[in-house]
Design a protein. Structure first.
Length: 534
């Protein structure tokens, strides 16, 4: 090989190496954005999955806490069954049944189980009134006598006018104690019968001046609906409210033959939930006897939160029903009443309502800004339904349940009544034994009847007045403690044990009255002999 050839070969090798280096630089340059792109693509795929996994775990953790919380509350408050549903942004975020719809048959609560809604029914009646106003059939400023001419009520012996909005906002001046006069009836005119009980009851405040929750306000509205539409309240609500809402399982009023999925109602009896079927008060249907289940209530809450648009139900009516009457003082901190809803206005607006019937209770709470709603339905009269709903809302929002320490008021009353019943029963038994002993002494002439004079006459008067005062206190105890209520109201609404306790108190008082009379009207034989000596 010549020097020239060798030189040419060296030049070719050098050029090839230069080309290789250039190619490598290009490949390296291209690899950097490629790997960067691939890395970003992988992160873009994996990051949402990681976030979703965290959300799933978070939701799973919340669900576990909620279930444990509900179980604890039910156990503490002796609640047979609970149906819970949470909606969020138009979807059912969580739904579950706890305990039994029928404890004796071990029938579990499901999403189809029907419950009486109690006073959360008022929002349905309020919506119907607003709907009729939109259709031009009435105005909220109309006097109620426009539709019910005979309902002439007075305040301080002066006839006054009550408007439809006074009834909606509980500013009518009608007393809360009016509930005790409801007639037991399943007749077609039960609403009118109920409203007519007001004719003998004066108002306790000027209409429109202040708030006082009186459940009969919404029964009057129910009668207005009947007068305006020429339909029964039940028929109108089924056709114009429940059907457009898609609440196909829901019923209006207590059914003569309970639906197949109807939960059994319970009352506490000596701290044991006992199945109970109360009398029918059809005249109270607009205020407390819409019947529904978790499936339908989820639809109801989504409509309230503006997540479902329905033909026949204008969304503005929903907004109006949440708008409270701020012309009167709030009944709670920053809380006013709307058309069947309580509205708490603050850092976070809350729309809610509680409901209690003799054997059912419910609570619905809504956070419109967060698009979240929680409903709890229960088949016993319990304030813990409210506690559960509020606690569940707290847990769902990642907070500790603030209401965890609140005791069930009905259960506390029941427990006190049970202890008093036992104590009074023991005292009554002791009193009977004392009467028997005294009778034996009279038969054996260890004691003898004596004339009622002197100190004995004084003791008789004191004994009689004392027993009469105690009896008077017992008879008027509800009026003193419950703002004018009667024992008939207590018998209908409170745990059964209370009435047993009252009867035992009266019986025991009678026993000691008789024993005291026996002591006053007789004396020991030894005392009689001493008197004869003198």
């Amino acid at each position: 090989m010549t020097i020239r050839q060798t030189s040419n070969l060296s030049n070719c090798v050098a050029k090839r190496n230069t080309r290789i280096k250039a190619h490598n630089r290009i490949v390296t340059a291209l690899k950097k954005p490629f790997f960067t792109f691939m890395a970003l693509a992988i992160i873009g795929v994996l990051l949402p999955q990681s976030v979703m996994a965290q959300d799933f775990l978070s939701k799973k953790e919340k669900t576990k806490k909620i279930e444990q919380y509900v179980h604890n509350q039910m156990q503490e408050s002796l609640i047979p069954g609970v149906s819970l549903v949470i909606v969020e942004k138009g979807n059912i975020a969580y739904q579950n049944g706890f305990g039994f719809a029928d404890a004796a048959a071990k029938k579990p609560v499901t999403s189809e189980t029907l419950f009486e809604l109690a006073s959360t029914s008022k929002a349905f009646t309020g919506l119907a009134i607003l709907q009729l106003e939109k259709e031009g059939m009435l105005k909220r400023t109309d006097s109620v006598t426009t539709f019910i001419p005979w309902l002439q009520l007075s305040y301080n012996d002066r006839p006054v006018s009550i408007t439809i909005q006074d009834l909606l906002y509980h500013t009518s001046g009608i007393s809360a104690a009016s509930i005790q006069h409801y007639p037991k009836s399943n007749a077609d005119d039960a609403l009118e019968q109920t409203v007519r009980t007001l004719l003998n009851q004066p108002l306790n405040r000027e209409p429109g001046s202040s708030y006082e929750y009186a459940t009969i306000n919404y029964d009057i509205l129910g009668l207005v609906i009947e007068k305006v539409t020429k339909q029964s309240y039940e028929a109108y609500m089924q056709q114009h409210i429940l059907q457009p809402l898609g609440m196909t399982d829901s019923k209006v009023g207590v059914q003569q033959i309970p639906p197949a999925n109807m939960a059994t109602g319970y009352r506490l009896k000596f701290t044991v939930p006992t199945a109970h079927t109360p009398a029918i008060y059809r005249g109270n249907t607009p205020a407390g006897y819409i019947i529904s289940n978790a499936n339908d209530i989820a639809k109801w809450m989504n409509v309230q939160l503006g997540n479902v648009q329905l033909q026949g139900i204008d969304q503005q009516l929903i907004v109006d029903s949440h708008t409270p009457d701020r012309s009167v003082k709030p009944f709670d901190e920053h809380t006013y009443y709307g058309a069947g809803w309580a509205a708490q206005q603050g850092d976070s607006n809350v729309v809610y309502h509680a409901g209690v019937n003799p054997t059912f209770s419910s609570y619905i709470t809504l956070l419109p800004e967060e698009q979240i709603g929680v409903a709890v339905l229960s088949n016993i009269n319990s304030s813990s339904t409210t506690t559960i709903a509020q606690g569940v809302m707290d847990i769902w929002n990642g907070e500790a349940p603030e209401a965890n320490s609140q005791p069930d008021g009905m259960l506390v009353v029941e427990q006190i009544a049970t202890y008093v019943f036992i104590l009074v029963g023991i005292l009554g038994l002791v009193g009977l034994i004392l009467i028997v002993v005294c009778m034996k002494k009279l038969i054996r002439q260890q004691r003898n009847w004596t004339a009622l004079k002197g100190k004995r006459l004084l003791w008789f008067v004191v004994h009689f007045l004392l027993c009469t005062a105690i009896m008077f206190l017992i008879v008027n105890l509800p009026s003193v403690l419950l703002g004018g209520m009667s024992w008939s109201f207590v018998a209908r609404w409170a745990p059964v044990t209370i009435m047993f306790t009252i009867y035992s108190l009266i019986a025991t008082l009678s026993v000691y009255f008789i024993y005291g009379l026996m002591l006053v009207l007789s004396k020991k034989q030894s005392d009689l002999q001493k008197e004869l000596k003198y």
